[in-house]
Write a protein that binds this ligand. Structure first.
Ligand SMILES: O=C(O)CCC(=O)C(=O)O
Ligand SMILES: [Fe+2]
Length: 340
C-alpha cells in the first residue's frame, strides 16, 4: 500500500527548542537523508500569506500572452535566467513537459575583460530577467528567496553537527551561495501525448527545498527499485539533497532519483523548487565521517556523469546540457571545447 506522504516530517523550530529537541531534529534529519534522501520540512517561517501570493503571481505570469512571457525568454540571457517555454528544457536528452522561469541570485555580469583568465563558470553570474507585464512578480520572488534561504543555512548546520563536524563546517563554502529557484508550470497533457513533466534525475547540487501547490500530485521518487508517489504537505516543503552532498559524505546521505508525472488536461501543476548551493568557486569538502557511520561505503560515481569538485563546473555542465539553445547562442566555444 502506498502512503500519500511517504517521508518523515521535520519541524525546523525544534532546532531552537532546547538541546534535546535540537538533537532529536538532527537525528531525524540524518536518518531521513541516509535512508530515503527526502523529507518534509515545516516550521520554516514561510507564512501562508506569502505562499498564496507566490501561487497567485505564478499563475498570473503563466497566463500572460506569449509575447509577454517571451520578453524574458532564456535565450536572451547568457546567464541561464528567464523563461523557458514548453519543450525548451531537457532531462536525460528528452524534452520536459513544463514551462518555467529561472531566477538566481541577483548578480552583476562580469565583463569580457573581467572574465579573461577566470574559469568559464563565472559567465553564469548576471542579472535576472523580470517581465514588465507583471511588475509584482519580482517582489514576491525576492521575498520568497529571503524567507527560504535562512532555513537552508540552518539545515546545513544541522547536517554538519549530525555528521560529527562543527556546526559551521560548510559555512565558508556558502559565503555567496548560488541560490537558484524556478517557478514551474506543468500544463495538463493532451490525451494523445505521452511525456513526463520532468524526467528521472538526481539534483546536482547540495540541497533542494521544493514548494508544490497544495494537493498537486505528480512527484515520484525512487529510493529503491520502485517509484513512490509523494504529495506535497500543506505549508511544508519537500526537501532532498543533491549529488554534491552525496559525494561529500561518500554516499552516506543519498541523492535520490525523482521525476514528475505530467498532469492530464485540464489539470495543471505549479511548483517552486529552490536549489541552495555553494559559491560557484567552492570546492565542496569531503567529510570525514565518524567511525559508527562509516560502515557502508557503497558510493560509486557514475562514470558517465562525473561530478566535478568545484561547484561552478557542475552547474555549468548541467545548464549547458539542459539548455542546448542557450549554449549554442551564447557559449559555442564551451560546447566546442567538449569539456562539458
Ligand atoms: O516540480 C517538481 O515537483 C520537482 C521538479 C524537480 O525535481 C526539479 O526541477 O529538479
Ligand atoms: Fe529535481
Amino acid at each position: 500500500m502506498t502512503h500519500p506522504f511517504p517521508f518523515p516530517v521535520l519541524d525546523l523550530r525544534e532546532l531552537d527548542g532546547g538541546e534535546d529537541a535540537a538533537a532529536r531534529f538532527r537525528a531525524a534529519l540524518l536518518r531521513a537523508t541516509h535512508e530515503v534522501g527526502f523529507f518534509y520540512l515545516v516550521g520554516t517561517g514561510v507564512n501562508p500569506d506569502l505562499e498564496a501570493r507566490l501561487l497567485t503571481a505564478a499563475r498570473a505570469f503563466f497566463a500572460l500572452p506569449d509575447k509577454d512571457k517571451l520578453e524574458i525568454e532564456n535565450v536572451k540571457s547568457p546567464h541561464f535566467r528567464g523563461y523557458t517555454r514548453i519543450g525548451g528544457e531537457r532531462t536525460e536528452g528528452k524534452v520536459d513537459w513544463r514551462e518555467q522561469i529561472d531566477i538566481w541570485s541577483e548578480d552583476e555580469a562580469l565583463s569580457p575583460t573581467q572574465l579573461e583568465g577566470l574559469p568559464p563558470y563565472f559567465r553564469m553570474l548576471g542579472p535576472n530577467l523580470w517581465p514588465s507585464a507583471l511588475p509584482e512578480l519580482k517582489g514576491v520572488i525576492l521575498e520568497w528567496q529571503a524567507a527560504v534561504v535562512p532555513a537552508a543555512h540552518k539545515l546545513l548546520r544541522a547536517w554538519a553537527e549530525a555528521l560529527g563536524a562543527p556546526a559551521d563546517y560548510f559555512d565558508k563554502h556558502f559565503t555567496r551561495p548560488s541560490t537558484r529557484m524556478k517557478v514551474v508550470r506543468y500544463p495538463g497533457l493532451p490525451p494523445d501525448v505521452d511525456n513526463l513533466g520532468v524526467g528521472a534525475h538526481k539534483d546536482g547540487g547540495c540541497l533542494t527545498l521544493l514548494w508544490v501547490e497544495p494537493g498537486a500530485k505528480g512527484l515520484q521518487i525512487r529510493p529503491g527499485e520502485e517509484w513512490i508517489d509523494a504529495l506535497p504537505l500543506e505549508h511544508g516543503f519537500v526537501c532532498n539533497i543533491g549529488e554534491m552532498v552525496e559525494r561529500a559524505t561518500a554516499g552516506y546521505l543519498k541523492a535520490t532519483v525523482h521525476r514528475v508525472i505530467a498532469p492530464t488536461a485540464p489539470n495543471e501543476r505549479i511548483s517552486v523548487p529552490m536549489f541552495f548551493n555553494p559559491s560557484l568557486d567552492a570546492r565542496f569538502p569531503k567529510l570525514e565521517l565518524p567511525e559508527e557511520l562509516k560502515e557502508e561505503g557503497a558510493y560509486e560515481q557514475d562514470p558517465n556523469d562525473v561530478i566535478h569538485e568545484v561547484y561552478g563546473d557542475n552547474l555549468l555542465k548541467s545548464r549547458l546540457r539542459a539548455h542546448p539553445d542557450v549554449a549554442a547562442i551564447h557559449h559555442p566555444d564551451l560546447v566546442k571545447s567538449g569539456m562539458y
